[in-house]
Each structure stands twice: as structure tokens, then as C-alpha cells.
Design a protein around this ligand. Structure first.
Ligand code: NDP
Length: 283
């Protein structure tokens, strides 16, 4: 059996074309969707991610502003910047690029962002609302995974979904969305005993460990649907996922590639969330 490859870039391009039209419609009503990104310090990876987000915004007509702040900025000063953006009605989305310098309390910063402008979906109010099935700004990677599954005709209802990884930004929320979608969900993590025994029972397997080759051919059941969230940069410049793609590709029924899988969907969902706010999103 040869697996169907679930290309995130294909769906991402389609959704970005749709967003472009929505942005044009908003502009006709004198609403210009705007995303402001705060970046602190000179982390090269963070700078690359911010540039990618900025470029993606420009392509669909979202106005993007990047505020570069000094590595040594105090927590109070950073809060003042966020406060200003919270109160600026021309700003729809606020994103603080992570990771933050060690002297800044990430939890305090993320909780200070106005929840209805929290386009990363990391604010406890958004996480809580998502958990109880209320409208919310949903974290971008989990939302992108759900859209990808839907596009490829996968309905989670009644399926056993196994999520490997329990981070607040990927593992936990994607499991919650799958549960909301009526899957039976099992979470695994680095302390899980018999990981392979559990992943072998998955109809849908989401892998988000950040460790290349966490999952190989013997860890899957025949016909499983696999979403590989991992992004590991090798010394030779290649990027690989958490799943040994070559060894599993003839055993699974559907699988996302790395690159061109989940990654393009994540940024697209950031655009989606920004447009959602611009359309006067209220709880
Ligand atoms: P974290 O490091 O925050 O979390 C990793 C999770 O995986 C933890 O829960 C950890 O368990 C678990 N884990 C680690 N090793 C193993 C193992 N051998 N077996 C089972 N579980 C394990 O990472 P993130 O969730 O932030 O990201 C995960 C990956 O996804 C990374 O490669 C990241 O780059 C990528 N990513 C990709 C995105 C995209 O758009 N494509 C977006 C976001 C992330 P424990 O909790 O016990 O430590």
C-alpha cells in the first residue's frame, strides 16, 4: 500500500487565496487587518520566523508591524508596549515571539495580551474556552492540523487518536480539538511506558516530540493516519520530522510530509486568526 501524502502547502495556498478575498472585503469597509509582532533580542531562528510571518501577512494584504525590542528590556517595559497595543483599535492581532529572554516571565507576558487579540491562542482564556467548546482563538498549529485532517476527508468521530507530546502549544490543544471532534484520545509523553504498544493502537497518530525518528514502521498499525509535527534541523541543512517517513510510508494510509506538511498550515492559521479578529471577533 502506498500512502496518500497530506500536503499542507496545497491547503495553505488555497486558504491564503480565500483570506486574500476576505481581507479585500474588509478593506472595502475601511477595516485593514493588522498584526503586530513583538520580538525581543537577536535570536536568529526567531528573526527568521518573524520574517516568514511578515511575508505571509503581506501576501494576503494583512498589515504587519514588527516591533524589535532590546534583549535587556525589563518586564515592566514590555508590559507597557503590550498595554499600548491592547488599547490600539487599529491592531487586531498581537503576537509576542517566543522564546523570551530568561529574565522575563513568559506566563505573565502571555496573560497580559488582550485575549480577543491573542492570535497565537496561548492565553488561558482562549485555552479554557477551547476546552469547553466555546468560540476562541485556537492555537495555530493544532488548528492547522484539524483543518488538514478535514481537507483530506478524515472525520475523527469514533477514531482512536494518539497524541505523542503534551506541550501547551501543540500536544495538549490538538488532543483537546480531537476530543471535541469526538475522537477517543490518548496522550503520550517522555515518561510513557510502552509507547510503541499505545501508538500501535492509533487510528490517527499525531507526533510532536521534536525528536527525529520517534516513530518507525513497528510503532504503527497498518492503515494508520499520521500527522508529523516535528521540525528538526540537521547539520546538513535538511529538516526532518519525528516520524521515519521512508520506513512507514508503505504501511500508513495517509501521512503529512516534512517539510510542506504542518508547517505551512501553522502560519496560515495565524493569518486566519488575525482576519477573524478583524471581523470584530467578540466572545
Ligand atoms: P516541546 O519540547 O515543548 O514538547 C515535546 C513533547 O514531546 C513533550 O511533551 C515531551 O514529553 C514529548 N517527548 C519528547 N521526547 C519524547 C519521546 N522520545 N517519546 C515520547 N514523547 C516525547 O515541543 P513542541 O510541542 O513545542 O514542539 C514539538 C515539535 O514540533 C518540535 O520539533 C517543534 O519544532 C515542532 N513544531 C512544529 C510546528 C510547525 O508548524 N510545523 C509548530 C510548533 C512546533 P515531556 O512532556 O514528558 O517532556
Amino acid at each position: 500500500m502506498s500512502a496518500e501524502i497530506m500536503y499542507g502547502d496545497v491547503l495553505a495556498n488555497k486558504l491564503r487565496d480565500e483570506l486574500k478575498i476576505e481581507v479585500q472585503q474588509l478593506k472595502r469597509q475601511n477595516i485593514v487587518p493588522k498584526l503586530t509582532v513583538l520580538i525581543i533580542g537577536n535570536n536568529p531562528a526567531s528573526k527568521t520566523y518573524v520574517r516568514m510571518k511578515q511575508k505571509a501577512c503581506e501576501k494576503v494584504g494583512i498589515s504587519s508591524q514588527v516591533i524589535e525590542l532590546d534583549q535587556e528590556i525589563s518586564e515592566e517595559e514590555l508590559l507597557l508596549h503590550i498595554n499600548e497595543l491592547n488599547n490600539d483599535s487599529s491592531v487586531h492581532g498581537i503576537l509576542v515571539q517566543l522564546p523570551l529572554p530568561d529574565h522575563i516571565n513568559e506566563k505573565r507576558i502571555l496573560e497580559y495580551i488582550e485575549p480577543t487579540k491573542d492570535v497565537d491562542g496561548f492565553h488561558p482564556i482562549n485555552i479554557g474556552r477551547m476546552q469547553i467548546g466555546q468560540d476562541a482563538l485556537v492555537p495555530c498549529t493544532p488548528l492547522g492540523i484539524m483543518k488538514l485532517l478535514e481537507y483530506y476527508g478524515i472525520n475523527p468521530t469514533g477514531k482512536h487518536a494518539v497524541v505523542v507530546g503534551r506541550s501547551n502549544i501543540v500536544g495538549k490543544p490538538v488532543g483537546q480539538l480531537l476530543l471535541n471532534g469526538n475522537a477517543t484520545v490518548t496522550y503520550c509523553h517522555s515518561k510513557t511506558s510502552n509507547l510503541s504498544e499505545i501508538t500501535n493502537k492509533a487510528d490517527i497518530l499525531i507526533v510532536a516530540t521534536g525528536k527525529a525518528n520517534t516513530i518507525g514502521e513497528s510503532d504503527l498499525k497498518e492503515g494508520a493516519i499520521v500527522v508529523d509535527v516535528g521540525n528538526t534541523f540537521l547539520d546538513d541543512g535538511r529538516v526532518v520530522g519525528d516520524v521515519d517517513f521512508e520506513s512507514v510510508k508503505n504501511k500508513v494510509s495517509k501521512i503529512t510530509p516534512v517539510p510542506k506538511g504542518v508547517g505551512p498550515m501553522t502560519i496560515t492559521m495565524l493569518l486566519h486568526n488575525t482576519v477573524k479578529v478583524a471581523k470584530t471577533f467578540k466572545y
